[in-house]
Ligand binder design. Sequence first.
Ligand SMILES: C[S@@+](CC[C@H](N)C(=O)[O-])C[C@H]1O[C@@H](n2cnc3c(N)ncnc32)[C@H](O)[C@@H]1O
Length: 283
Amino acid sequence: MPDVQPAPTHDWNGDSGARWAANLARLDLMLEDFGSAAIAAAKAQPGEQILDIGCGSGTSTFALAQRVGPTGHVLGVDISEQLVEMARAATPDGASVAFRCADAATAALPQGQFDLLFSRFGVMFFDDPVAAFAHMRCALKPGGRVAFICWRGAQENDWVRLPMAAIRDIVQPAPADPNAPGPFAFGDRQRLADIVAAAGFTAIDIKPFDTTLSYGRGASREAAIDDALDMAFQVGPLSRALADQSDDVHGRAADAVRAAFTGRPGETSVLIDGAAWVVTAQN
Ligand SMILES: C[S@@+](CC[C@H](N)C(=O)[O-])C[C@H]1O[C@@H](n2cnc3c(N)ncnc32)[C@H](O)[C@@H]1O
């Protein structure tokens, strides 16, 4: 059985960014309920100044801009040039937003300016998360707040667990450090709480958010399963586990993952359980 070395999960100006951009509509569908949960927790008010970290193509930035209205403002920051370009191009007329391409962990940010630091799945990729959160906290006003959503562990997320289990006898990914920068880096609740506290935040609240997410979509069940399979092969841990594998391995993996998805309900999407943390804290 072929071994697979763990690939870096955060080449956001390379392969990861390009794949995210190419799958945007599917990813927005998949992440919609998670983003809504984070935005509800953020309690954005008219007139507020918000910093949206790892904003990608701007879906959450635009949603937050509607809440702060014309007297408020949302600055989306993302390290991916391609995604920032897409966000700028998608900006609705008159929206009180701006986008900046920068590494939020180190870039000079306006100091003490923001009421809210927000992120939808954009803060799990820092090499030094304590330093990154401490750096971003300095952009908040005294008494400002942070609200973000991040994945729990891969084992709690069936959209990853099921396909990875399906290919277990076909490809053996090298064991990965669960705390390494990447989508599941904040799976451990205590570690996450310690990171946020060490960065200087107080009143830390971490709540589980569980929902059945729509993975892929199609006009029929068969088309939805095809779409889900295509997405799993393009974005996320399965795509990385299969990188550089032979056509034969890809073919057998596709059969196995298709069987796993077929076992899930859903008519126009494959419905799979997802698990996240919604985190809020004060500066
Ligand atoms: C999983 S995607 C989420 C994108 C977007 N928030 C969404 O929900 O559609 C993670 C995003 O974080 C961005 N990112 C990763 N590391 C970053 C960093 N150090 N500074 C700024 N953005 C970063 C990536 O470029 C990517 O757009």
